[in-house]
Design a protein around this ligand. Structure first.
Ligand code: ACO
Length: 165
C-alpha cells in the first residue's frame, strides 16, 4: 500500500485505547475509493477532484520534503475512511532554521462524531509534531472550536487574517 508518509514514523504516536475496528494510519493512495473525498467535503468545498487528480496531488505531496503528514482513521466495518487530519511542516530560517507545524483539515464523518476520533487524531499529531522537532504547532479554527482544541494544548493567542481568491 502506498502511504503519503512512512507509517513507521507514525506508529509510536497512535493512542493504544482505540476499538479494534478503527485503524489509524497515513493516507493511502487507494483512499480515493474509500470515501476520502466525501469525507473532506464534510469540511469544505472540494471542487472537481476525480481519481486522476487525487492521485497526481497525492504523489506531489508524498514526494514533498518536508512531508505532508495526513493521518486518517479507517473503519474496518465499513472499509471507509471516517476521519482525517494533517500536520504540515514548514521550514524556516528563524528559530535556528527551525520548522513550524500546522494542523489542517481536521474532519470526522458526521455519523462517527463524539466517539473521540477527533481527539485521537489531535493527540497523534501533537505527539508526532513534538517528535519531528517543530518549535510550535498552530491551527486556525472558528471560535466555537476553541474548547475542542484547547484540550490538546492549543491556546488562543493571536488574530487571524485572511484574503480569499
Ligand atoms: C484546523 C481545522 O481543521 S478546523 C476545522 C475542524 N473541522 C470541522 O469543523 C469539521 C466538522 N466537525 C468535525 O469533523 C468534528 O466535529 C470535530 C473534528 C470538530 C470533532 O471531532 P469528534 O470526533 O466529534 O470529537 P471527539 O469525539 O474527539 O471530541 C472529544 C471532546 O471534544 C469536545 N468537542 C467535540 N466536538 C466539539 C465541538 N464541535 N465543539 C466543542 N467541543 C467539542 C467534547 O468535549 C468531546 O467530548 P464529549 O464527546 O465527551 O463531549
Amino acid at each position: 500500500m502506498s502511504h503519503i508518509f512512512d507509517a513507521s514514523v507514525l506508529a509510536p504516536h497512535i493512542p493504544s485505547n482505540l476499538p479494534d475496528n478503527f485503524k489509524v494510519r497515513p493516507l493511502a493512495k487507494d483512499d480515493f475509493s474509500k470515501g476520502y473525498v466525501d469525507l473532506l467535503s464534510q469540511l469544505t468545498s472540494v471542487g472537481n477532484l476525480d481519481q486522476e487528480a487525487f492521485e497526481k496531488r497525492f504523489e506531489a505531496m508524498r514526494t514533498s520534503v518536508p512531508n505532508y503528514h495526513i493521518v486518517v482513521i479507517e473503519d474496518s466495518n465499513s472499509q471507509k475512511v471516517v476521519a482525517s487530519a494533517s500536520l504540515v511542516v514548514e521550514m524556516k530560517f528563524i528559530h535556528g532554521a527551525g520548522s513550524r507545524g500546522r494542523v489542517e483539515d481536521v474532519v470526522v464523518d458526521t455519523e462517527m462524531r463524539r466517539q473521540k476520533l477527533g481527539a485521537v487524531l489531535l493527540k497523534t499529531l501533537v505527539s508526532l509534531g513534538k517528535s519531528l522537532g517543530v518549535y510550535k504547532i498552530s491551527l486556525e479554527c472558528v471560535p466555537e472550536l476553541l474548547p475542542f482544541y484547547s484540550q490538546f494544548g492549543f491556546q488562543d493567542d493571536c488574530n487571524f487574517m485572511t484574503q480569499r481568491f
